[in-house]
Design a protein around this ligand. Structure first.
Ligand SMILES: [Zn+2]
Ligand SMILES: [Zn+2]
Ligand SMILES: [Zn+2]
Ligand SMILES: [Zn+2]
Length: 354
């Protein structure tokens, strides 16, 4: 058996566990939780496996192929796996993603050790709703990852991922009672001008938007608890309000203009203050580069005196200049004179060319 075959087996098993988890929710919620988490872990391990099989083995153990294929090894924990994805595979998990996975991991541990059968219909309903909320949130993250940043690795399973997404969306019905209870309050709030969007995780129109403009905030779904980093700005074309989620790409619903980080940075930048600063020789108002998303000149200082990356929606108190190229950057610039930033190679790179 080779690396690719092992990879495929991990992925197939992951799907198997996920379909099982969905089927078990109604009558065997305990097993649903256990199988769901097993699937999450398998997808993550599969991504490590695609890079190199030895990454799946815990760092406390020496990697040995024969033992590996015999199943005689201790595998990475979720935290270890997340570190390896970031540091070695260079395709890490965001905080939201990792938190959603940790929630289902904690649930799994609780179920394995302390599960007791629900004593009443009411108790059993609540238990299932809690499980569904967490599973939908974790799947929302996992699905995003599988169809965007890990798209190439998982493309052979494109149809299966779609099928799974359809199945998981049916679980929304478990949460209808939560929405029904909240609806009068939501309708009341709408009259006061509060805007609700459809939640991308549970599908109910319960994601509460803030009225604040030009600042990143967490839009939270009142039904399932999913939060998304959001930004309200005025459309640079028509001036109407636009809300963007998670990243600086979107479209104005009023005039149809496609918005990209460049437009958003232009809207966010505090022109007046930047202009005065520039005439006074203060260069701490320039556009910075983002070392989180590799955005070039996407980080701008806003009227609220915070730095926002118009591409990945990271928020920073201050930026430092690279010691070599002098560009502002969100990363740690302590050794940048020698090693550079994500846009230059520093002195080391300079000498390499000689
Ligand atoms: Zn929701
Ligand atoms: Zn517009
Ligand atoms: Zn960024
Ligand atoms: Zn630099």
């Amino acid at each position: 058996m080779n690396n690719d075959e092992m990879f495929s087996r991990l992925v197939e098993n992951a799907f198997d566990f996920l379909f099982k988890a969905i089927a078990e929710i109604e009558d065997q919620p305990k097993y649903s939780v256990i199988h769901f988490y097993a699937a999450v872990e398998l997808f993550i391990k599969a991504r490590l496996m695609k890079e190199h099989w030895s990454l799946v083995i815990s760092q406390r153990q020496e990697a040995d192929w024969d033992k590996f294929i015999a199943g005689d090894f201790q595998s990475v924990t979720l935290t270890e796996a997340a570190n390896k994805l970031r540091k070695i595979v260079r395709s890490g998990l965001s905080k939201t993603e990792l938190d959603a996975f940790k929630e289902v991991a904690n649930d799994r541990n609780k179920m394995v050790h302390f599960f007791h059968e629900a004593q009443s219909v009411e108790e059993s309903g609540k238990l299932k709703r809690d499980i569904v909320k967490k599973q939908l949130k974790a799947w929302f993250s996992l699905h995003q990852i599988l169809v965007t940043k890990w798209k190439n690795e998982f493309s052979p399973w494109k149809d299966k991922i779609q099928e799974l997404d359809n199945e998981l969306r049916k679980l929304h019905e478990f949460l209808r009672v939560v929405f029904d209870n909240l609806e009068p309050q939501i309708e009341e709030n709408k009259k006061k001008g509060i805007v609700y969007d459809e939640c991308p995780s549970c599908g109910f129109e319960a994601q509460e938007l803030s009225e604040d403009e030009n600042t990143i905030y967490e839009a939270k779904c009142l039904v399932c608890g999913l939060t998304e980093n959001s930004l309200n700005i005025r459309c640079p074309e028509c001036g109407k309000a636009v809300t963007l989620k998670n990243e600086g790409f979107g479209q104005c619903q009023s005039c149809g203009k496609n918005l990209e980080p460049e437009n958003i940075a232009g809207t966010l930048i505090d022109d007046g203050a930047a202009h005065i600063a520039a005439t006074e020789g203060d260069d701490s108002w320039g556009e910075g580069n983002c070392s989180d998303c590799d955005g070039y000149h996407t980080v701008v200082r806003t009227e609220n005196d915070e730095w926002i990356c118009a591409s990945c929606f990271g928020v920073f108190d201050s930026l430092e200049a690279c010691g070599w190229c002098n560009e502002l950057n969100t990363g740690d610039m302590e050794h940048s004179y020698v090693s550079g930033c994500n846009y230059c190679e520093g002195m080391a790179g300079w000498h390499k060319d000689d």
